[in-house]
Design a protein around this ligand. Sequence first.
Ligand code: ATP
Length: 363
Amino acid sequence: MKSSERILVALSGGVDSAVAALVLKEAGHDVEAAYMKNWINEDEIIGDCPWEQDIVDARAVADHLGIPFRVVNLMEEYRERVVAYLLDGYQRGQTPNPDVMCNRDIKFGVFAQWARDHDFDAVATGHYAQRTRLDDGTFALIEGADPNKDQTYFLALLQQEQLAAARFPIGHLAKPELRRLAAAAGLPNAAKKDSQGICFIGQVKMADFLREYVPDDPGPIVRATDDKILGQHHGLHFFTLGQRKGIGVPSNTDGEAYVVVGKRASDRALLVAFDGPTAPGLHTTAAKIHSLRWNTSAPPTTSTALEGKVRYRDPRVALTFTPDPTDPTAATVQFETPQRGLASGQILALYDGPRLLGGGVYL
Ligand SMILES: Nc1ncnc2c1ncn2[C@@H]1O[C@H](COP(=O)(O)OP(=O)(O)OP(=O)(O)O)[C@@H](O)[C@H]1O
């Protein structure tokens, strides 16, 4: 790495990417900033999107740091790559992860290409992840130093070329320390609340988004244990395996709550059962994975003991990874302990200790 690089910081208006820009600037890099604009922000079909305020905040941070700022319009690419994937997944009854795909295809895809085209050496974000150079000159991605904030899960599908041109300047920081740095530097958004949820919908709830874009497709709510019809739902796409909230069927008198345990395509039935270790279909020890991508140059070629995060914020769990001998993008994983609610379309991130190796999608 050159001692001083020309780096484009993806500035969201939030405090994490603001401190990312600050850290790089203080390290002597030639730093510029860009806000990515996505289509949903522009359409403003649903609710109150904070994107205009985010741009104001991002610009104020850039001004404060004295770095150039622009808005990069990626609405078309976003619609094609992330929103289409999201809607298609939900329509097929799956649980897609737009954040992971946004990172793979937009931030470290078209946005990174935009940066290359404009002579930047790298793109930096405010993700809590640590990138280190290995002896062979390749890069490894290690969990963020703050265990409560680690975001490597969302970077599970990045490949080595993407890591090579990525920078994560805040990965070594704990959030309280980052806030202190932001305040000490007088960053105008030092006390701004953390954003929640997926990168393009902002504060909009996924259910509201789906109501707008996916037609209702009603069917029965059926108890899996005895096939009793308990009610009606508006569409299977509103539900995910393991979901308890918003099913619309009351608990029984013992206070046992219903949980989604499956979807039956033939009659569009939402299958539910009382939540617990014996709920049929809720817990699994084995899963098939497809669309695997690795950031390591040596992905496992035989059955290998690894760890995995089955969802963001879950701890790493032990598993045996067995590659499909005929398809390098497919595998089977066997978990040491049963895992709850592994929905088709969700992402499995694969780790060797704190090092993220890659990830794939549940079949
Ligand atoms: N609209 C956007 N424009 C530019 N960069 C963005 C945008 N949305 C997200 N990012 C980048 O991706 C990183 C992770 O995004 P995420 O939505 O998880 O935000 P976050 O962790 O709350 O960070 P921040 O505090 O910077 O918003 C951000 O730190 C930022 O670098």
